[in-house]
Design a protein around this ligand. Structure first.
Ligand SMILES: Nc1ncnc2c1ncn2[C@@H]1O[C@H](COP(=O)(O)OP(=O)(O)OP(=O)(O)O)[C@@H](O)[C@H]1O
Ligand SMILES: [Mg+2]
Length: 122
């Protein structure tokens, strides 16, 4: 979870080259944001969410489409390896979670990691 959070926060910082705010939140249960059939299925289980939000450059649809691809980066050579989000994706998959992305070019990005809630009795 530390690695995942670090990757998302660093991305949010990089998306705001002139400074800005990165908002981090966590809550039990889903927000109202998720609508896909898979997401609705998981709604029936108990979940916890981690939300990382920035007011940065946002993503165009083509970047959004490729963001989880290994080695995909829009950063300059030497600035990014393009591995951060593929690692995040792998970690979330391992925990049977999902990632909800809300982004628009110039309008910031909000990433919600949805994870099944741990059980205290196991
Ligand atoms: N918060 C964000 N706002 C805007 N674009 C983002 C954001 N997070 C990721 N991206 C886009 O997704 C791309 C892939 O992100 P990813 O974290 O995988 O690689 P990276 O940040 O470029 O390099 P690194 O391997 O150092 O993390 C970024 O290059 C950027 O274009
Ligand atoms: Mg990154």
């Amino acid at each position: 979870m530390q690695q995942l959070t670090m990757n998302l926060v660093v991305n949010a910082i990089h998306a705001q080259p002139n400074g800005g705010e990165v908002r981090i939140g966590a809550h039990r249960g889903r927000g109202a944001a998720q609508t896909s059939p898979a997401q609705v299925r998981q709604l029936e289980q108990e979940t916890v969410c981690l939300v990382i939000e920035d007011d940065g450059i946002g993503m165009t649809p083509d970047v959004r489409e490729r963001m989880f691809e290994p080695f995909f980066t829009t950063k300059e050579v030497g600035q990014g390896t393009g591995l951060g989000l593929s690692v995040v994706y792998g970690i979330v998959e391992e925990h049977a979670g999902e990632i909800d992305v809300r982004t628009a070019a110039g309008a910031g990005t909000c990433i919600t990691v949805v994870l099944p809630q741990g059980r205290d009795d196991v």
